[in-house]
Design a protein around this ligand. Sequence first.
Ligand SMILES: *[C@@H]1O[C@H](CO)[C@@H](O)[C@H](O)[C@H]1NC(C)=O
Ligand SMILES: *[C@@H]1O[C@H](CO)[C@@H](O)[C@H](O)[C@H]1NC(C)=O
Ligand SMILES: *[C@@H]1O[C@H](CO)[C@@H](O)[C@H](O)[C@H]1NC(C)=O
Ligand SMILES: *[C@@H]1O[C@H](CO)[C@@H](O)[C@H](O)[C@H]1NC(C)=O
Ligand SMILES: *[C@@H]1O[C@H](CO)[C@@H](O)[C@H](O)[C@H]1NC(C)=O
Ligand SMILES: *[C@@H]1O[C@H](CO)[C@@H](O)[C@H](O)[C@H]1NC(C)=O
Ligand SMILES: *[C@@H]1O[C@H](CO)[C@@H](O)[C@H](O)[C@H]1NC(C)=O
Ligand SMILES: *[C@@H]1O[C@H](CO)[C@@H](O)[C@H](O)[C@H]1NC(C)=O
Ligand SMILES: *[C@@H]1O[C@H](CO)[C@@H](O)[C@H](O)[C@H]1NC(C)=O
Ligand SMILES: *[C@@H]1O[C@H](CO)[C@@H](O)[C@H](O)[C@H]1NC(C)=O
Length: 611
Amino acid sequence: MARSAPAFVAVFLLVSALLSIGAAQLQPPSGPPTDPSDAAALHAVFRQWSLESEVAGKDPCQNPVWNESLARNASVHCDCPSGVGVCRITHLNVTGYKNITKIPLELFNLTELVSLDLSNNNLNGSIPPGVSNLSKLEIWHFNNNNLSGSFPHELSLLRNLKSLWMFDNYIEGLVPEFIQNLTKLTDLRIYGTKIQGPIPRNLSILTNLEILMLGDLEGNPSYFDVIGEWSNLTMLSLRKCRLTGQLPSTPRNLPKLNYLDLTSNNLSGSIIQLLPYKNSSFIYVGENNFSERLPPEIVRPSLSLDVSYNHFVNGSLSNIPADQKWPINYIGTSVDASGIVDSRSLAILNCLRMKECNNSSLTNPGTSFAINCGGKQIDYPDLMQTVFSEDSTDLGGAGFHISTTSNWVVSRVDSDPFNKSSIVNISDNILATNMQELYKTARTSTSSLRYYMVGLANGKYVVQLFFAEIVITEGLGRRLFDIDIQGHNIKKDFDITNEAGGFGKATNITQDVTVYNSILEIHLYWSGRGTCCIPYKGAYGPLVSAIAVTRSVDPKVSPPEAPRSNSGRQDEKRRGVIAGIAALCIAAALISSSVVYLWWKWVSIVKRPVA
Ligand SMILES: *[C@@H]1O[C@H](CO)[C@@H](O)[C@H](O)[C@H]1NC(C)=O
Ligand SMILES: *[C@@H]1O[C@H](CO)[C@@H](O)[C@H](O)[C@H]1NC(C)=O
Ligand SMILES: *[C@@H]1O[C@H](CO)[C@@H](O)[C@H](O)[C@H]1NC(C)=O
Ligand SMILES: *[C@@H]1O[C@H](CO)[C@@H](O)[C@H](O)[C@H]1NC(C)=O
Ligand SMILES: *[C@@H]1O[C@H](CO)[C@@H](O)[C@H](O)[C@H]1NC(C)=O
Ligand SMILES: *[C@@H]1O[C@H](CO)[C@@H](O)[C@H](O)[C@H]1NC(C)=O
Ligand SMILES: *[C@@H]1O[C@H](CO)[C@@H](O)[C@H](O)[C@H]1NC(C)=O
Ligand SMILES: *[C@@H]1O[C@H](CO)[C@@H](O)[C@H](O)[C@H]1NC(C)=O
Ligand SMILES: *[C@@H]1O[C@H](CO)[C@@H](O)[C@H](O)[C@H]1NC(C)=O
Ligand SMILES: *[C@@H]1O[C@H](CO)[C@@H](O)[C@H](O)[C@H]1NC(C)=O
């Protein structure tokens, strides 16, 4: 024991020496200290956000910042110009902290900030006016929070802003006129808020714009002339902005445009006006009032094209080879598809467009339907009476699929240039269900997903929708979407994870509906809310695992014929009762009179005197 002591001491000394060398190497290279005012402000801010332990007593520009995960981030970057002797904090990125709820006023002492990213926290209340102090800001992202109050007027003083993201908040008021003064803007994203239109016309002078995404604007209508000659614009998204009127007769020159989304506005005039943008990769103009002939030059395999629900758009798709699936959605238009779909599909398309399905071949005797959205056919004979049919056609950036055997249709449109994946799957087990496989695949869309059942007998049905979140498996992402059935909203900001109590867990919705014109429509759609990019870009919008539709069994709840007024039905019942009573009376009279007759006859026979 005693003999080994010197050796032990030697090893100990060697290890400590090595450790101290290692520690010395881990020290950051010494440089100028952080400006005291910046350091004090940052410490005050981090203390209020309960992040202080990480920087307590340290110089913020001298110490490495930490990165906890891709989605959660707290980082500081400094500018340390040589010869000045101090570093200034220029970049602050604190994102993905659900317990950060306030903007501390000390933040506005960081007057050298160039980039401030506070997205995907839980900030609430209104934006403090002190933000006008941050006049050097070029990037300000505060999307995916709960901020409210009016559109911050102080923004007008941030003349260096290039990138402003404020989507998914509760901010209200009009889109302010002063936005035109922010002439350096290259990337502006305002949607999923309570901000109202109109879009100021002088937005057109923001010639540096590269990405413009405005959406979900209630209020007064806007006009397409807000668009300027934006030579660097690559992405233009004006979904649900109440854009009205026609596209300008002199088309805007947007030479770099790759993505155009004008979905769900009130634009009219000839669809030919879109021709100047035909070299884009995405054109989404569904749910408008465009008319006339779809220019054949615009229909190309490399363009995701959505013209759906423009009733008066016509023309033909004769340039699409019969065996090809090009990414185009023309459901709800007058486009002649006879060259590329079979006659039964044509009849179904016509039924959807005209909302009348008189063609007797469409009458579907089935009383129940089920679809395994995004997956293969599945049968649960012990649990469900209906087989879930296969729905695994990849619909790309825009498209639809008609199941000719069972008369259902899925129609899909995207709203995101980054990811076109329409079908997702997971191999992990799903919790809270005994129908595992049903939830392991799902259909998604970043904009709109519609399912139709065609040729149903009119009457009452029960719709079941099956959900499990299998994409946003990190707690920091949030998927929100809306659900309409038969044109009535049944869920707003539906959150699968929240309803199910966790990701990878099943949850269902059951809804009674009435079918009047032999069509049942289920519409799942995005309204600008939720996170955009966790765990990857384009991970947002509706997701559905399966759908089942069953005829209501109770005959009292489910009249087989088209509904009529209650009073009519009661009249009929009363008439029936009266008729019944009358019939009984007649029967009774007949019986009693025959009894009387027989008795009389019998008496007369019996009593006849024997001759
Ligand atoms: C906020 O969350 C972070 C990370 O999850 C944690 O370190 C911190 O203690 C939390 N703060 C409060 C006040 O709960
Ligand atoms: C802030 O950090 C997040 C997560 O690392 C990153 O995705 C984001 O781009 C950063 N923001 C800026 C403005 O660089
Ligand atoms: C901002 O810094 C100044 C000194 O430059 C200090 O007097 C003031 O208290 C600070 N304000 C806040 C809100 O921290
Ligand atoms: C704005 O910055 C100045 C220092 O430049 C500071 O004195 C003032 O307190 C700041 N205002 C707010 C509201 O933080
Ligand atoms: C467009 O982008 C190029 C290169 O990034 C730049 O030099 C030019 O100034 C931009 N033009 C406009 C009008 O913003
Ligand atoms: C849609 O535009 C037409 C004119 O093009 C107008 O008459 C109509 O009122 C608009 N509808 C809505 C809902 O704004
Ligand atoms: C398309 O509709 C226009 C009217 O909007 C009509 O003049 C034209 O003949 C139609 N074209 C076809 C091919 O049906
Ligand atoms: C189809 O039926 C509807 C009523 O459901 C009727 O209004 C329409 O005229 C019929 N159309 C044809 C082509 O028979
Ligand atoms: C799951 O998705 C991947 C690609 O996203 C695909 O390669 C795989 O075949 C899918 N698995 C199933 C069972 O659908
Ligand atoms: C697109 O989605 C798939 C999952 O369907 C994902 O694996 C991939 O990373 C996404 N691509 C991008 C560019 O985000």
